[in-house]
Design a protein around this ligand. Sequence first.
Ligand code: ADP
Ligand code: MG
Ligand code: ZN
Length: 638
Amino acid sequence: MATPRIPPGINPRDKRSGDRRALPRPGRPGGAVWYVLGFLMLMALAQTWLLAPTGRQISYSEFKAAVRAGRVAEVTISEQTIRGTYKAEVNGTRNFNAARIEDPKLLEELDATGVRYTGEFVSRWLPEVIGWVIPILLLLALWSFFFRRMGSAEGGVMSFARSKHRVFAEDDVKVSFADVAGVDEAEQELKEIVEFLKNPKKYTALGGRIPKGVLLVGPPGTGKTLLARAVAGEAKVPFFSLSGSEFVEMFVGVGAARVRDLFSQAEQKAPCIIFIDELDALGRARVQSPMGSHEEREQTLNQLLAEMDGFDSRKAIIIMAATNRPEVLDPALLRPGRFDRHVLVDKPDVKGREEVLQIHTRQVKLAPEVDLKIVAARTAGFAGADLANLVNEAALLAARNDKASVEMADFDEAIDRLIAGLEKKRVMSRKEREIVAYHESGHAIVATLIPGMDPVHKISIVQRGFGALGYTMQLPLEDRYLMQRRDLLNQLAVLLGGRTAEEIALGEISTGAQNDLQRATDIARSMVTEWGMSDALGAINYDGHKRSKFLDLAFGPERGAYAEETARLIDAEVKRIMTEAHAQARGILTEHRDDLERVTRRLLEKEVMEGEELRTMLGIAPAADPSADKTPLPPGLQ
Ligand code: ADP
Ligand code: MG
Ligand code: ZN
């Protein structure tokens, strides 16, 4: 339905304004309005011209004198003017006019001198109408302009929103997995999606449900966007991409309209991929703030959720999104049926960095002495984008020095420059890397050498975007519902193993163990106060029902309902348990001091180490293969 922009009855043209196809340029605001305005202007001009007094302008006294002298032939008297003609030409014209003055005697005199006179009734409707209508029309034009800008979803207004869409479906994405390196695990997981997009019928024929939403999580510049495009390229499906920030516009409703439009366009092109970059810009947790919420973003987010729930999962549309801040996302986005599949895209290790460098030096003329292995070794902490940048920088440096090819010296200089720039992003120093390597080796060795522990799956000193400097990941062989006291004590030894290794190897401890200590202390305290695992205190639960966090906040930390004496005893028991665990870790690591050294060196060199290699180095029988290969997001020890 078209919006009535012109009050009816002014002008026959207004009928056309109801017909959108008649508009000269539908994208422009109020085309018909301008027509009407122009027409009215013409009318006004015409009237002025038609009604304009003709002949010579004379004064009223002059007019009266002429009447008395008998020189006037006839006059037309209107409300405000008197027009007339002389009997003979005066100053080259017979016509005259004069402003009318209140003069009751005039008619008598005209009768007396025999002048023919007529009255005139002038309709003044046109100027009046114009005086009213032009401002109204201007207001209407402005109103319709802004209304369109706001892109309300109804009818004609929608076309404006649509025309502004920057939904680009790339039909032929040229990126493939060969252009991405160093993120093998992510690649592996995404291969499944590619398979599905290539052949959706095969999967849905058996009634299977395909994941709808895949969330790529990782630090900036690790290739999330690149991977998403590679999936489209490999599967040869159209790629719709939009950035989360593009959804959030000034006007309420535009974002939601875009989401709707995006999905309806995608539905027509299925199988395809919808990619939402920087999901966090759009998908931040909705908050109830007293200052009022960000209404536009919420509407958009709600629309996205509705669309994700609404479309048929057999339609073969995969929604991918990327974020480097998963922690701020609205939990609703992560629920089953939405972005429930998470793929970790991490910074590359040495080997990965070498591969990334290889990809980006494909088009670069390298001097034969350039060894990308060495470049990779010197760029710990660089993400894929940093490496791409590095290659470019080195090439520019070489060109500036008029070299025929890019030499190792150029790479060195470029690395120095980039590291200076990255300093702000906290790339670990050599010393820090060593500390982290000892620390993680400590965890891993203790975990491996205590019998019955979950096998170590992976050790890494690749810095992550989420605060951890390194991690040791253990994978349980089976689900556990109960922990025995021995298991817990062993767990404590593993947690303290990192800090203990630093002590032993460097004679110094760092702040890196803070999280370990906190977790260990929590476990020890729970052993004493909740699980009755301390002989000194007996099988009593001292904590009662734990209060909710909210109440804790309101009333301050709770001191259990026990005597001061008991509190002291609890603290002493916690301390004893911790000390024993520390001693256990210390014993293991001192006995295996040389192993600690070897594992640390190897880790510094490789940055990431598989559990198998670790067990081989320690001369331990290989663990039963942990079948659970779906690694959850960073569960590892810090
Ligand atoms: P993100 O989206 O994770 O911030 P991008 O995908 O935008 O990172 O990466 C930017 C550029 O950096 C890419 O276009 C590519 O040239 C390079 N790059 C990043 N990661 C990789 C990688 N793993 N392999 C190859 N090139 C990469
Ligand atoms: Mg990106
Ligand atoms: Zn640790």
